[in-house]
Every structure is written in C-alpha cells, then in structure tokens.
Design a protein around this ligand. Structure first.
Ligand code: PXP
Length: 237
C-alpha cells in the first residue's frame, strides 16, 4: 500500500497573502485527513513564505495520521523538529532562496553530516527520510548513514513522462530495486499529479509513500479537496 501525504504548503501561501488566518491551515489539515489523506507534509522554508515555524506546534497537535516535516537540517530546523517530534523528518538540501526543491542529497560526499543528523533525529524517535535523486549509489549512501527511508525526487520523471513514460521511470525502478535490496523504505515526491501518479506507483516496486502538494492543491481549486484527495487516492489503489 502506498500512503498519500498531502503537502499543505500552498494552502499556507494563500493564507499568508492576506496576513490573517484564511484559509485556516489546521482545519485544512484535519479535513484532508478526513477526506482520505494518510499523512500531512509541511516544508517550512527559511523565509517562511508558506509554512511558518509558528504553524508547527498546532499542526503537531491535530494531525492524527503521519506528520512529515521536510527541510534542510540547519540548526534552526533541527531545534524545531526535535522539539515537536513529527513522525517523520525528510532531509532536503534546499538552498535558502530556492523556489522549490529540485535535487536531492549526494549521500556519499555528505555522509558524515547526514549520519550525525539522522542519529539525532532517530534518538528522538523520529523516522528519517533522505531526499535523493533516483540513483542506486545515493540509495546505498542513505542506507549507510542509517536513514529509515529515501524520498526520490520525481521532478525528472514528471518532466519526461509525457515523452516516454518507460524511459522516464527507468532510473527510479533501478534505484527502487537497490532500496529494496539494501532494506530502506521508499517515499517519492515532486511534480506528481493525476496524470503520472498511477504509472509511477505501478512501476516503482515497494513505494511506501508519496507526498504531493502543488498539483493536488491546484486540482482542489477545481474539484474541491474532498474529490481531489479521493481522485489521488484512487490512483494509488
Ligand atoms: N518532496 C519535497 C522534498 C519537496 O520539497 C516538495 C515540494 O515542497 C514535494 C515533495 C512536493 O512537491 P510538489 O509540490 O511538486 O507536489
């Protein structure tokens, strides 16, 4: 079974446009869960243009499925995550001003650093996932630093899916085989949508979780959250 974790960053972006509390993030998180989401993901970026650090405590209180916090493990991020203890932390090598995450860790050259932060998070009972490009060597590197999971960056897959789906997913299938062989769980995310999700899920063996934000929130503008979440869930069933 593949879990659907809804990334609610874009909901926060709309809220922040007016500086008040509409839409209410906590209510949206609760509603997403009641409509079938099996996780809620947030990605507080250094400039807090969508999720703010101050959103985290209340979300932690209400999320009853899996709460996943993504981000670059800076001192500030680590302090917040260790304080609020989400179920999962996804480590992402974001540059401070990045528009979005467009690449994963080189888990080999950053092994020492990743090992240290992974151990700190796991000691606090947090499942650690490391965002990587779909390459077997980065999967092995993530396993070597002790991570519980890897999250494949799927932007490359999404970009070439319409041209040649089989070619687009090839590297992901290979990297997933390596993950299954070495015994590390597989998450995936970035640019997954209603067109490409089923193909990705059916092609990648052992996919435990997808985290989807931009396309899902955009679809919800047309179909509403309830229909949209059910449509995405149906692609995973
Ligand atoms: N995974 C990571 C690490 C991300 O940074 C993002 C975007 O915040 C996603 C998944 C979700 O990507 P999208 O918004 O394109 O669905």
């Amino acid at each position: 079974m593949t879990r659907l974790s809804v990334n609610i960053n874009k909901v926060a972006l709309i809220r922040n446009a007016r500086g008040e509390d509409l839409p209410n993030l906590v209510q949206v998180a609760k509603d997403c869960e009641s409509f079938g989401a099996e996780g809620i993901t947030v990605h507080p970026r250094p400039d807090e243009r969508h999720i703010k650090y101050s959103d985290i405590p209340e979300l932690k209180e209400v999320v009853s499925t899996e709460f996943n916090i993504e981000g670059n493990p800076t001192d500030r991020f680590m302090e917040m995550v260790l304080k609020h203890k989400p179920h999962q932390a996804t480590l992402v090598p974001d540059k401070p001003g990045a528009l979005t995450s467009d690449s994963g860790w080189d888990t080999i050259s950053n092994a020492e650093f990743l090992k240290e932060v992974t151990a700190k998070l796991q000691d606090a009972g947090i499942c650690v996932s490391i965002f990587v490009n779909a390459k077997p060597e980065f999967v092995e590197g993530a396993k070597a630093v002790g991570a519980d999971r890897i999250e494949f960056y799927t932007g490359d897959f999404a970009r070439s899916f319409h041209i040649n789906p089989e070619e687009a997913v090839k590297a992901h299938v290979e990297a997933a085989k390596k993950a299954n062989e070495v015994g590390i769980g597989i998450n995936a995310g970035h640019d997954l949508n209603l067109d490409n999700l089923r193909y990705y899920k059916e092609s990648v063996p052992g996919l435990l979780e997808v985290s989807i934000g931009h396309a899902l929130i955009s679809d919800a503008l047309y179909y509403g959250f309830k229909n949209t979440i059910q449509m995405y869930r149906a692609k995973l069933d």
